[in-house]
Design a protein around this ligand. Structure first.
Ligand code: BJ8
Length: 436
């Protein structure tokens, strides 16, 4: 991708309407979405000061998220490769990459399309689920339109029941995720991965071999390594990059070309590393450092970090699937047979500590570790409204943090902007408590 487009414009100058029409998007509503997104991006991202220059690449990717990136996906499809759309970090990307496929995270972070979603889903469904359903039903997500297959998972009840409805509009293959982490659950999950491998082979007409799977594992691991490197640099005092920018990089990881993305993150890290060496920060020393923990924040869900960072604090880490939870663990790369590689993939994914699991003590332990490593002054626990797993688990998290003397603020919100003022008041009051 050339870095020449107008930053923050959601179309980059070229007219993609013919492509969007071919994909079956609702052109009028989609134009409105891009206008809203372009404006929000300018207000939230381009207003930040002192950003690393390396963020220009990610600004550009965002500006072309529905344009050039979709063109690239259509091009790879013309060459006979497949595009697989997903909603969860449990879907093993390695198997898709092995056969030259592309794995993309589907649109699920905006309120638009909600009226359509509420025609088929109860109103009190979490915003992420309503969002993906709304994007599909309102004809707004070019990624789902470009996907040859959508892969869902039996994580929370809302998602697994919504996939039954989504399947009426787009073929949705569902992976069964266990609810516990005993040996029996591992056996179930390994079986699911083997079955998914067969599904991908059938979809692409290509065999997964030791060589191509090794390559798939390496590509996915390299991406995670680059994101781990960026995360590690945020431990510095003062923090060298804003939480908003780091979140953006993690969000883009779900749909950019993985090789180009990894290189761009490493380039950004080189620059950020220099900042750390020279003591250059994005904020002054003494700015309260926040760990945000909980439900994932899909593009363009920037509300909570935006409010935190415009209220005098900085986000230093995200304990979330768009953050540490999806980048922390690597797949072992020393497997010599397909069976060993499948074992390594099984083990890596079994470590994901989604609140859909019970018990889920690993997550609480990780939050405590992160709070310590990143020298967090407080934790903002974020649950998407009506997300039972994270909202209920917040109680255990708060108790564990209290025992360590770390303050936590519980936030439950949707994708709407109506509660921005109220959130700001609560976050400012929380920061006041921390400063005392
Ligand atoms: S591994 S966090 S990406 S399921 S917010 S839809 S849990 S009601 S998104 Fe998730 Fe996979 Fe878990 Fe991660 Fe349900 Fe909660 Fe909505 Fe959620």
């Amino acid at each position: 991708m050339e870095k020449s487009a107008k930053l923050g414009s959601a179309s980059g100058g070229k007219d993609y309407h013919p492509m969007w029409k071919d994909l079956g998007l609702n052109l009028e509503a989609h134009d409105q979405l891009l206008n809203v997104l372009g404006q929000a991006y300018k207000d939230i991202y381009m207003s930040q000061e002192n950003r690393p220059k390396g963020m220009q690449y990610f600004d550009f990717v965002i500006s072309e998220a529905h344009g050039l990136r979709i063109e690239e996906l259509m091009e790879t499809k013309r060459k006979g490769n497949k595009v697989v759309g997903t909603f969860c970090v449990y879907v093993p990307e390695e198997l898709i990459l092995a056969v030259g496929g592309t794995c993309v995270g589907l649109c699920a972070g905006a309120e638009i399309g909600i009226n359509e979603a509420e025609k088929v889903l109860p109103r009190n469904t979490c915003a992420l689920i309503k969002s993906f359903m709304g994007f599909k039903l309102a004809g707004l997500c070019p990624y789902i339109q470009a996907s040859d297959l959508v892969v869902g998972e039996t994580t929370c009840d809302g998602k697994k029941k919504a996939y039954e409805i989504l399947n009426d509009y787009k073929e949705t293959y569902v992976m069964e995720i266990p609810q516990m982490k005993t040996e029996r659950d591992r056996v179930l999950w390994r079986g699911e991965i083997v079955q998914f491998k067969e599904k991908i082979e059938q979809l692409t007409g290509r065999k997964i071999t030791v060589e191509n799977l090794r390559q798939g594992i390496k590509i996915a691991n390299d991406k995670r390594r680059a994101l781990q490197r960026l995360s590690g640099l945020r431990k510095a005092t003062p923090p060298p990059i804003s939480g908003l920018d780091a979140l953006l990089v993690n969000q883009i990881a779900f749909y950019d070309d993985p090789l180009r993305f990894t290189k761009s993150v490493n380039d950004l890290c080189d620059e950020v590393e220099d900042r750390v060496k020279n003591g250059i920060g994005i904020t002054k020393n003494g700015t309260p450092r926040m760990l945000v923990s909980g439900s994932p924040m899909a593009v363009p869900n920037w509300k909570v970090p935006y409010v935190i960072e415009t209220s005098g604090a900085i986000v230093v880490a995200e304990e979330s699937c768009v953050g540490e939870r999806s980048t922390r663990d690597l797949v072992k790369e020393d497997g010599k047979t397909i069976d060993e590689m499948i074992d390594a993939i099984t083990d890596r994914y079994m470590k994901i500590d989604c609140a859909c699991f019970t018990p889920n003590v690993e997550r609480t332990d990780h939050i405590l570790e992160l709070a310590k490593e990143f020298k967090a002054d407080g934790v903002v626990h974020y649950s998407i409204q009506f997300c039972t797993p994270y909202t209920v688990e917040a109680h255990k998290v708060e108790k564990a943090l209290q025992q360590k003397g770390i303050l936590m603020l519980k936030i439950e919100t949707d994708y709407g902007m109506e509660d921005m003022g109220q959130l700001k008041t609560r976050i400012e009051a929380f920061l006041e408590m921390i400063r005392k």
